[in-house]
Structures are given as structure tokens and as C-alpha cells.
Design a protein around this ligand. Sequence first.
Ligand code: SAH
Length: 356
Amino acid sequence: MTPLSREIATIIRETGPIGVDRYMALCLSHPVHGYYVTRDPLGARGDFTTAPEISQMFGELIGAWAAWVHRAMGAPDPLLLIELGPGRGTLMADALRALRAAAPGTTVGPHLVETSPILRGVQERVLAGTGATWHTSVGTLPGGPAILLANEFLDCLPVRQFVRRPGGWHERLVGQGPDGAFAFGLAPEATRGMTTEAPDGAVVSVPGPALDLARELARRVRAVGGVCLLIDYGYVRPGFGDTLQALSGHAFADPLAAPGEADLTCHVDFAALALAARETGAAVHGPVDQGDFLTALGLHERAARLRQKADAAQTGAIEAAMARLTDPGPGGMGHLFKVIAIADPALGPLPGLPPG
Ligand code: SAH
């Protein structure tokens, strides 16, 4: 039993089984026992490794991309560079370095949206001297045209799940079995208004907060200009399948076994995200596979430049990082991860991203 298990058990006893969205929110963001509130989960000794932690090339290419976009935006000075869920601050640090080299003379104001006090502490050290400002939600970000980045952020926003049964779609709930262990169950009544046909047992995830965010970002770029670059693992065609997953020590775990102790995520529905942004009046570029995006941005050329000054061990590490970031195999980062941009329609084509 984790401390959070006891609290969730009390909630279920008092109010009945809870939605997957509430369960995810408690596990990840509970103010005392939440996964992100209590630890730095990244890296070899943590639970998962993200692209910026694999190689500096990832953030540098995104910084060069941002410099190109900045010019296309008419080179606003200062430039607002926003990141949602910045982890250890590695992507921002690498991107800032490349952006400042490509756009010398431009003042860049980094703004970071982070709820984890522990990760914010790491970011403050890594980004010391950059003039960065921190926020706990997008609500307090300054207005004006911005370039916004988010890598592996959308996957940790809560989703509701529904399961198709003969009479309709029933919400998937977390309750307790006879032995007291948490168990998935279904709401007894079908959800009104959900009519999509699907095979019995099909599961659909509805990412309410991610869609709300996509609409908010779309409204923002539509009103004041700018671009939001979102990178995450997910799928590009609407699908029926349960992608709720827990990761602990770099291995998949039971999402219900240790609330607050394992990372809990859901694959991102890029089709739904694109639709929400487009319906709000923004242009959508992509989604495109991460491997294709990085290759188009010059990953191989960047690696070749780094190799010129590298010893044998460093050369091996550069090669391995490049292969991992672009791995096109099933489950490989190059294919599983997608890149999408929500942009001001006035901007036109963006590097590495075909129009959606
Ligand atoms: N982008 C980083 C880290 C990804 S992990 C990287 O690529 O390495 C997810 C990040 O989102 C963490 O920094 C976590 O603390 C943050 N986070 C999770 N939920 C959040 C929320 N609701 N609001 C802001 N940040 C959140």
C-alpha cells in the first residue's frame, strides 16, 4: 500500500468508483503524494528517458527550428519562448543555446510551465542566468506571439476511458475488488450521447484536458500569432485500444498496483488534437513521425559536425543517440513519437512539417 492508495481507497469508499481521469490526476499531481510532486522521474536511475535526455542534438535542432520560425514571425524582439512540462530543463537549455547562436541580438525570454517543485528546482539550476520565469499553469503566461514547446507533456494529462458493450459506451472506473485491491470496472449505465459503433470490448480514451489545451493554444496563435510545437507518443488515426500505461524503472507496470509510485500516461490522439485546433481557427502542420522531423531538420548533418570533435566513445554515443531518436521500428521513438504544430495561419509552411 502506498500512502496515496489509502487516500484513494477512502475516496472510493465514500463516493464510489472514480473515473480514470480522476485516478490519473491523483496519481500524477496529488499535492503531497503525486508522482511528479515527489520525485525527478527522468534518466537512467529514474523511470523513463526522454528525447532531450538522450542527446543534446534533439534540443539543438528544435532551437534551430525556433530560430527559423522566429524569422518567419517577423523576428519579434524580445521573443517569448515557452515550454510546458520542461522536465530537467535540458530541452530548453539546448534549444536556447542553438537559438541564440542563430538569432544573435534577439532577447529571448524563456517561460516554463511546471507543477513539480522538485523538477522546478532542477530547472532553476540548469537555466540559471537565462532570465527564465516559472508558471504553474498556462493561465499566467504573458500574452503576445510566442514559440511554445512541449515534449512528452500531453501524455500525462488525464483521460476518461469508455468501453463498448452491447448497449453502448460505459465509462471505465477504478474501484476496489473484494480483496481490497484496486480494479477496473464499468459504470452500470451507458454514457448518453456516445453512439459510435465499435466491436464489443473496444476502449476509447477521451483526453479532455489535452483537447482543452489544444483549443486554448489555437485561440492564442489565432489571436496574437506564434506557433506551438507538440511532440509525444501517440497515434494519428482515431483508434480503439487501451493505451493507459504505467512505467516504473524503465519497465511497464500495472497502472493500479502502486498509485503515485509509477508514471501513468496515455498515448496521445493526434487526430483529435488536430481537429480541436483546426476547429478553433488555427493552422495545423503534421503530425509527422519524429524520425522524419529530426532528419528533415538536419539530424545527420548535426551528428556529423559533432563527430568531427569526438573521440571513439563519443562517436559511438552520437551514433547510438541518432539511431534511438529516429528508430523506425514498432515502438521505436522515430515512429511512435509524432510532431505536430498548432500555428498562426498567416505563417505558411514550417520546416520539417508537411501541412496537416
Ligand atoms: N519535457 C520533459 C519532461 C517530460 S515529463 C522532457 O522531455 O524531458 C513531464 C513533465 O511535465 C514534467 O516536467 C512534469 O513535472 C510536468 N507536468 C506534469 N503534469 C503537469 C501539469 N499539469 N502542468 C505542468 N507541468 C506538468
